[in-house]
Design a protein around this ligand. Structure first.
Ligand SMILES: Nc1ncnc2c1ncn2[C@@H]1O[C@H](COP(=O)(O)OS(=O)(=O)O)[C@@H](OP(=O)(O)O)[C@H]1O
Length: 370
């Protein structure tokens, strides 16, 4: 390229560099003035709302803002709704309580989720249960627990804690630490189906709190016994047939029922209930139908929610369930842990073996349907 050509190219490069620089400075200036203008306007609007009680007026503290939303006018009286404002993201602001070591052992761990809640002025703590699902084994206790914990005012331990029948000597502190953190007004629940049939449990629950609410899922005792047998035999291949175990000397449907066999013994509900009634009034117990939990879960859950002792609002409805025809059971649209439709685990809703009709009939005479 000629010397004149090179000079010209240099001039063009310098010019475009200068232009780019100018353009960049303009963009920077515009974005700065736009943002500061926006922030100033927002501040002004908030100040106005606070002083004049405008569309939304703030009445909370700095950490737990509460807004009052004017709703309507009735008979000349202004009505408003109070809403606690909880941002959807944790701001990362350090909670002073977690810095000065003022926390009691009641408070939950310092993970971001709980630091975030405390920052909002909400102090989750672990409490001893207010209500227990005490049984019956294979009645549908898992279904009841998973359904009731859809309620925002209920939090439940996910697994069976077995405190009152196996780990009582570990003490209440141990038990409490197995409970989920709850906010004020939320109920704490736990389910361990063996509580219903364990001799010492009613007295121990009473010692913890005589006002404990008790929920019992009851199911036809014969179907329950077959369900129980199905579970045990799935873990023990080669187990004797149901008919051989349910009757004395393996006499099947023609013989005497073996009342000492676990699956039969658990189904004598009245015997176990008697022990509970020595410690708790009947009104403090709610009997939930295991059958209705399957055929109409929303209706059965409505019964649970209107039970005065729990004092829950009607929140769980048909919208929370769908019927999964492959599984043959109602399943959940979503739950606390999962936002997609799902069913209870594989061990819930197993296929039962065919049992001789004579054996079922004979057993039903001994364990009549409830
Ligand atoms: N929605 C839904 N999905 C699946 N299963 C359901 C459901 N609702 C009630 N059931 C019935 O619950 C039975 C199991 O009872 P439990 O949860 O009390 O069993 S356990 O004692 O905790 O092992 C289980 O017994 P099986 O059918 O013998 O498996 C079910 O019949």
């Amino acid at each position: 390229m000629s010397r004149r050509g090179l000079d010209f190219a240099g001039l063009v490069n310098k010019k475009s560099f200068g232009l780019t620089l100018l353009l960049f400075a303009c963009v920077l200036y515009l974005s700065y003035s736009f943002n500061s203008c926006l922030v100033a306007n927002l501040n002004k609007a908030l100040r106005q709302q606070r002083s004049h009680g405008g569309l939304l007026s703030y009445v909370g503290t700095a950490s737990t803002p509460v807004i009052r939303v004017p709703e309507s006018r009735e008979h000349g009286i202004k009505k408003e709704t109070v809403v606690r404002v909880v941002p959807l993201t944790w701001t990362g602001v350090q909670d002073p309580a977690s810095m000065n070591g003022n926390e009691t052992s009641d408070l939950v761990d310092g993970s971001p989720k709980y630091r975030f809640l405390r920052h909002q002025g909400l102090r989750p703590t672990r409490k001893l249960p207010d209500a227990l699902i005490i049984g019956v084994k294979k009645g549908g206790t898992r279904a009841l627990l998973e359904f009731i914990r859809l309620h925002p005012d209920v939090r439940a331990a996910g697994s069976e804690i077995h405190f009152f029948d196996r780990f009582h000597d570990k003490g209440f502190q141990w038990y409490r630490h197995h409970m989920p953190p709850t906010l004020e007004g939320q109920l704490t629940m736990e389910k361990t189906p063996s509580y219903f049939v364990t001799r010492e449990v009613p007295q121990r629950v009473h010692e913890m709190n005589p006002a404990t609410k008790l929920l019992v899922v009851v199911r036809d005792p014969v179907t329950r016994a077959i369900s129980d047998y199905t579970q045990v035999s799935s873990k023990k291949p080669g187990m004797l047939r149901f008919e051989e175990l349910a009757f004395l000397n393996g006499t099947g449907g023609s013989g005497l029922v073996d009342t000492s066999w676990g699956p039969v013994k658990i189904g004598v509900y009245a015997r176990h209930l008697e022990r509970w009634l020595h410690c708790f009034p009947l009104e403090q117990m709610l009997f939930v139908s295991g059958e209705r939990l399957i055929v109409d879960p929303a209706a059965e859950m409505a019964r649970v929610q209107v039970w005065d002792f729990l004092g829950l609002k009607q929140v769980i409805t048909e919208k929370h369930f769908y019927f999964n025809s492959t599984k043959g059971f109602p399943c959940l649209m979503k739950s606390e842990g999962r936002s997609t439709p799902h069913c209870l685990g594989k061990t819930k809703g197993r296929n039962h073996p065919n049992i001789d009709t004579a054996a079922v009939e004979r057993l039903r005479e001994f364990l009549p349907p409830i």
